[in-house]
Write a protein that binds this ligand. Structure first.
Ligand SMILES: Cc1cc2nc3c(=O)[nH]c(=O)nc-3n(C[C@H](O)[C@H](O)[C@H](O)COP(=O)(O)OP(=O)(O)OC[C@H]3O[C@@H](n4cnc5c(N)ncnc54)[C@H](O)[C@@H]3O)c2cc1C
Length: 418
């Protein structure tokens, strides 16, 4: 599948910060991380900062997978809302999942403080809203439940909505703090740079062709026939990791994004908050620190990996129609928007699990391998949780939180194909 296509904002506005050699010798280490996207970089940061001898390899160059196309909204709220998640996994676990994401936003802030660059990180408020009268009560219930768990939320009725926004809104939940934005590509590179200073070894253009694991440890073989011997392998290969499983563990969608030129202040966009609607699929909007507007949505489900949509070319009529729909949506949401250009348009594949939660932990068929797979719209926050939980697991302190994200959990019905 074509993971990303188009002119991705992050790789265009940043030069390639650093290049790394490919692996040209056999190595031994404590932990080998396979995949150098944002998840691999976050995981490497957590492991090296605990003094663990870690090597990271990527088959391509750092940050050029899904990471390069990420809109990089960091939101405490999960795609499955709190009430929906409560029905699937129980109220305590649902609230716990939201709380963990909330904390992960602040953990990212702390990581950024430890780097030499702000990675365009900024806190933002966020709005989750509906323009459908029939959803007012359910949004109120969602608001009540979030308030019960001390999230800093405000219920927005139609009148308040009209004061703050120029688009039709019947009801919404406005959340203060707990959400942020970042430049995912810069963040990935800065984390890797910081981890190298703490002992990480990094190899680009080094494809893992085989993982041999048993009760003693792991030996990975690269495509150019070198090997890395480790006590654990951590697989952070994003959506390509599905190749390790016979079961279907995630549904794939292609999602479309455009980013405008920097704009004058937009009227009817209260506090330049992050906006998401309740539609399915939904549209979402975020600003950037240089006042661009990024809008995403228009998702299409990928039914077959060899289908046209799984391998969509950037200039196909279908892609162009999707970008045009996003332009129309900008006009609908912000009728008074000043004149702008579309500077970037790109699309990428993302995966969704039944309960909206990631897969973090061990998988029974692969001894001494950990997975950190942040499937879902909160992929980056999930990568943080994975980095922390897997480090604890490696150090012999298995957290109860891992149960929320394990393979074969009740909330994520895995289709075994039988
Ligand atoms: C359009 C779009 C918008 C998104 N918006 C958001 C958002 O707002 N907020 C959010 O949190 N998340 C968002 N996501 C999801 C988020 O981007 C992903 O969760 C995240 O980028 C995944 O990072 P990763 O490091 O796991 O995967 P990737 O970035 O894909 O990295 C995996 C790496 O593994 C390497 N690899 C694969 N196979 C091998 C192998 N055999 N050997 C060696 N290396 C290998 C690849 O080369 C790649 O570099 C979005 C995704 C898309 C596509």
């Amino acid at each position: 599948m074509k993971l990303v296509s188009g002119n991705m904002i992050w790789t265009e506005i940043n030069n390639i910060p650093e290049k790394y050699l490919y692996l040209s010798e056999d190595l031994s280490c404590d932990v080998v991380i396979i995949g150098g996207g944002i998840t691999g970089a976050i995981t490497a940061y957590y492991f090296t900062s605990a003094g663990i001898n870690t090597v990271l390899v990527d088959k391509n160059i750092i940050g050029f997978g899904s990471t390069s196309a990420s809109t990089s909204i960091l939101q405490y709220e999960i795609d499955t809302n709190l009430i929906g998640l409560k029905t699937m996994i129980g109220e305590d676990n649902a609230a716990k999942s939201f709380k963990l994401c909330h904390k992960a936003v602040y953990d990212i802030q702390r990581m950024v403080e430890d780097l030499n660059d702000d990675c365009r990180f900024a806190f933002r408020d966020c709005l989750y809203y509906s323009e459908n009268r029939g959803e007012v009560d359910s949004l109120k219930d969602e608001y009540d439940l979030r308030e019960k768990y001390d999230f800093d939320v405000e219920f927005i009725d139609k009148e308040k909505g009209a004061e703050r926004f120029d688009f039709p809104l019947e009801a919404g939940i406005y959340s203060r703090k707990g959400s942020a934005e970042i430049d995912p590509y810069k963040f990935t590179h800065e984390l890797i740079k910081r981890s190298i200073a703490m002992g990480l070894k990094v190899y680009e253009n080094t494809e893992v062709a085989q993982i041999k694991s048993d009760s003693k440890g792991v030996i990975i073989k690269t495509k150019n026939d070198f090997s890395i011997k480790a006590s654990k392998a951590i697989i952070t290969t994003g959506f390509e990791a599905v190749n390790y499983f016979n079961e279907e563990i995630v549904k794939f969608y292609r999602t479309f994004t455009i980013a405008t030129s920097p704009l004058e202040k937009i009227k009817g966009w209260y506090n330049q908050c992050i906006i998401r609607d309740t539609n399915s699929p939904y549209y979402y909007v975020r600003p950037t620190l240089d006042n661009r507007l990024i809008i995403g949505g228009e998702d299409i489900q990928i039914m077959k990996r060899k289908s046209k949509i799984a391998n969509l070319s950037e200039d196909s009529p279908q892609a162009i129609e999707k970008y045009n729909n996003l332009i129309k949506r900008i006009k609908y949401l912000f009728p008074n928007i000043p004149k702008y250009n579309i500077d970037f348009r790109f699309n990428g594949i993302f995966g969704v699990t039944t309960d909206g939660l990631p897969y973090i932990g061990e998988y029974e068929r692969m001894e001494n391998c950990y997975f950190n797979l942040g499937y879902g719209a909160n992929g980056i926050l999930y990568a943080v949780l994975g980095g922390q939980l897997l480090r604890e697991l490696y150090l012999g302190k298995e957290s109860n939180d891992l149960k929320l994200f394990r393979f074969h959990r009740p909330g994520a019905k895995i289709n075994t194909g039988e």
